[in-house]
Design a protein. Structure first.
Length: 181
């Protein structure tokens, strides 16, 4: 995230890192055995970044935010995302296609960042969306041929992109603000 709001950028780095750790964890649902160590390492690195920036969020909570007076808009975006994910998962379950949960949820999560562009007035979320959606679409032929859980490839893709976005945003933050206690 690239924003003038210190708290928002620190929070985005921390939150996306937590999300990356979760997606690395989900990636271990049905991974290739050689990747287990890398996926675990990704979770650990993600949590370390989340802790470092979580401390910054806590220490700078009283600073201004793009959400001031608009928290409800963010809540609506999250609600819409949850409804879309849930509805899609119900359809997949009824069609006995639960192996597609990882890919579907990854797609919904990626697409919700389009709305966040307007909520946070930050175009960089479009870059994240474009990268994540492009990767998920490129994975489709491979996933269709497989019989394994789509989390094998879709979840690591989402995890890596979250972690990279968080790291780039974190470096930008540190160059701009240092590590303000």
């Amino acid at each position: 995230m690239l924003t003038e709001f210190l708290r928002d950028q620190a929070f985005a780095v921390a939150w996306l890192s937590v999300m990356a750790a979760g997606w690395f964890g989900w990636s271990q649902e049905d991974p290739r055995p050689k990747l287990r160590g890398w996926l675990g390492a990704g979770s650990v690195v993600s949590m370390l970044v989340a802790i470092a920036f979580g401390i910054l969020v806590w220490r700078n909570w009283s600073t201004s935010t793009a959400l001031e007076g608009r928290y409800w808009v963010f809540g609506l975006v999250v609600l819409a995302e949850v409804v879309l994910i849930g509805g899609g998962c119900i359809v997949l379950a009824r069609q006995k296609q639960t192996r597609w949960y990882g890919w579907w949820i990854g797609l919904c999560v990626a697409l919700h960042f389009v709305a966040l562009v307007f909520v946070f007035e930050d175009w960089s979320y479009l870059v994240l969306t474009a990268v994540q959606v492009t990767g998920l679409m490129l994975l489709l032929p491979t996933l269709r041929r497989g019989t394994y859980q789509t989390s094998r490839w879709a979840c690591p893709w989402i995890a890596v992109t979250f972690l990279l976005f968080a790291v780039v945003s974190g470096v930008s933050f540190l160059l701009k603000h240092g590590y303000p206690f």
